[in-house]
Write a protein that binds this ligand. Structure first.
Ligand SMILES: C[S@@+](CC[C@H](N)C(=O)[O-])C[C@H]1O[C@@H](n2cnc3c(N)ncnc32)[C@H](O)[C@@H]1O
Length: 293
């Protein structure tokens, strides 16, 4: 957390934050000027615009995710109660999780390609259907400080983590823990893509695989990501459902230019195959878009 503090900002005002209560495991971060407060639970800062409402809504899911990691203490629960006390959480909500058993655990049963001629075209697809190395290669070798937004179960995270300082940002605490498992010293924070709580010019690359199509306000995300990049830094995006530029590179160019980025790569039809079990696969055509600050 100590190393993370200079990198983080208030998601609402973009002001710096300091620890005003507790410690780096269970504490409160706050802005100096107008008193926005954000808790740190189990060592993970929760830097979403209305942290109290977010935690009231996801309280059970947060406690479950922390418990799975052995990060719940009496102090965690006391702090959580302090933050959500008197705040109405509509219905308690789980985090929306979009991952297959095999993405979490590579030993889980994979798709069994039929023998012989029936299986031949499927075998070819299975061999081509891993886009992660190609996507990770869009991040320059020299990029040291990398932010991955929306890692999910982390199929890209292992590729990005090699030899870099990697920070994962997801609105799901459970996704953060799942993606970080076995990847070494990865930094974590709960945050929203559209209100990225990160310092200006703090990253060499910002990567978001299959997230932009989920956002209601993708332009806010692009604008915030652009400020987080250092000059020359790269924004690397993929999507199976390209939005907001659809299939039009000129539209993408114009949208990136609007936030001060230059479109460099617009590549379509990367195959992405998801194995759901021995008898089920799902095949997407993915778009890879890279822009430079
Ligand atoms: C479809 S999954 C993609 C996961 C992974 N990148 C992949 O390609 O397999 C989307 C991920 O983004 C997260 N997410 C969705 N909307 C978000 C938002 N507005 N801000 C931050 N994370 C978000 C979800 O919790 C989930 O982990």
């Amino acid at each position: 957390m100590e190393a993370l503090l200079p990198l983080v900002r208030c998601p609402v005002t973009c002001e710096p934050l300091s620890l005003v209560e507790g410690d780096e495991s269970e504490g409160i971060l706050a802005t100096e000027e107008d008193g926005h407060e954000y808790p740190v639970l189990g060592g993970v800062p929760v830097l979403v615009p209305d942290a109290a409402a977010f935690l009231a809504r996801h309280r059970d899911a947060v406690v479950a995710a922390l418990a799975e990691e052995g990060r719940v203490s009496k102090a965690t629960i006391a702090l959580l109660h302090e933050v959500v006390d008197g705040v109405r959480g509509d219905d308690y909500q789980a985090f929306a999780e979009d991952w297959t058993a095999r993405e979490v655990d590579t030993d889980a049963p994979g798709f069994e390609v039929p023998e012989g001629e029936t299986g031949a075209p499927i075998r070819a697809l299975v061999e081509q259907g891993d886009p992660w190395k190609r996507i990770a290669a869009a991040v320059p070798e020299g990029a040291r400080d990398v932010v991955e937004i929306g890692p999910g179960a982390g199929p890209l995270t292992a590729h990005l983590a090699k030899g870099r300082k990697l920070l994962l940002v997801d609105r799901s605490l459970r996704a953060l823990f799942t993606a970080a498992r076995g990847k070494g010293a990865v930094q974590l924070l709960v945050g929203e893509a559209e209100a990225l709580p990160l310092a200006p010019e703090s990253a060499d690359a910002v990567v978001a695989a299959n997230v932009i199509d989920l956002l209601g306000d993708p332009m806010s995300f692009l604008a915030r990501a652009a400020t987080v990049l250092r000059p020359g830094g790269k924004l690397v995006l993929t999507s199976p459902d390209p939005w907001p530029w659809e299939e039009d590179p000129e539209a993408a160019e114009a949208l990136f230019a609007h936030v001060g980025l230059t479109l460099e790569t617009f590549e379509d039809d990367l195959l992405w195959l998801r194995e759901h079990g021995p008898r089920e696969i799902q095949l997407y055509r993915m778009q890879l878009v890279v822009a430079r600050r």
